[in-house]
Design a protein around this ligand. Structure first.
Ligand code: PRP
Ligand code: URA
Length: 208
């Protein structure tokens, strides 16, 4: 599991408890998803390479640092949209791709309905965003779709993961590091993460 980073940060745990609570309002749920997105984004970009460039401060010339690689953010619709603004706050120049996928409620298989990526995605660090990694089917399909369009350097960022989802994603895409806020116990018979937070898309957009 050396490529799975679970952030046991106290602020994430605190905010995640608010998200898990069924009495939390849509507004508070959204705010917590945004704030956790910021903390996860910080962690997922921690090993970005830097390069040198020359600048002049008001005092002197110096060799300064900037990130070497550009970034693409790819939220998986719908629920991934709840994390994209946070990552854009951290990386305002990032380009955004969108992948439309939903789980068939009976088979739990992902159904694709949209895919539009930045043209230069092969040159970018690509952060795939989705709050929930349950069976792993959606993340696996999304990453396959992104790879088909040329992406090579990919990380998956989620708020809660189930152990079986992590295992499935690691097996299908061993080159993709996973960053998550918590790993929960298991999935229930309907494919929901337990204890989880329910349906992330419905709670973010108030469509319960
Ligand atoms: C949720 C979630 C993930 C997927 C995870 O989306 O946002 O994309 O389920 O489940 P999996 O790991 O078993 O594939 P959902 O299908 O509910 O679509 P929505 O975001 O449009 O509500
Ligand atoms: N998708 C969700 O939104 N929640 C889960 O618990 C599992 C999949």
């Amino acid at each position: 599991m050396d490529k799975v980073f679970v952030m046991n940060h106290p602020l994430i745990q605190h905010k995640l408890s608010i998200m898990r609570d069924k009495n939390t309002t849509v507004k508070d749920f959204r705010n917590c998803a945004h704030e956790i997105g910021l903390l996860l984004g910080y962690e997922a970009t921690k090993d970005m390479e830097l390069c040198d460039y020359e600048i002049e401060t008001p005092i002197t010339k110096m060799t300064a640092k900037k990130t070497k690689k550009k970034v693409a953010l790819v939220p998986i619709l719908r629920a991934g949209l709840g994390m994209v603004d946070a990552l854009m706050d951290l990386i305002p120049a990032a380009k955004i791709g969108h992948i439309g996928l939903y789980r068939n409620e009976e088979t739990l298989e992902p159904v694709e309905y949209y895919c539009k990526m930045p043209i230069d995605i092969s040159e970018r660090l690509t952060l795939v965003l989705d709050p929930m990694l349950a069976t792993g089917g959606s993340a696996i399909d999304a990453i396959s779709m992104i790879k088909k369009r040329g992406a090579k350097d990919i990380k998956f960022v989620c708020i809660i993961a189930a152990p079986c989802g992590i295992e499935a994603l690691r097996k299908a895409h061993p080159d993709v590091d996973i960053y998550c806020g918590a790993v929960d116990e298991r999935l229930n018979e309907n494919g929901y993460i337990v204890p989880g937070l329910g349906d992330a898309g419905d709670r973010l957009f108030g469509t319960l």
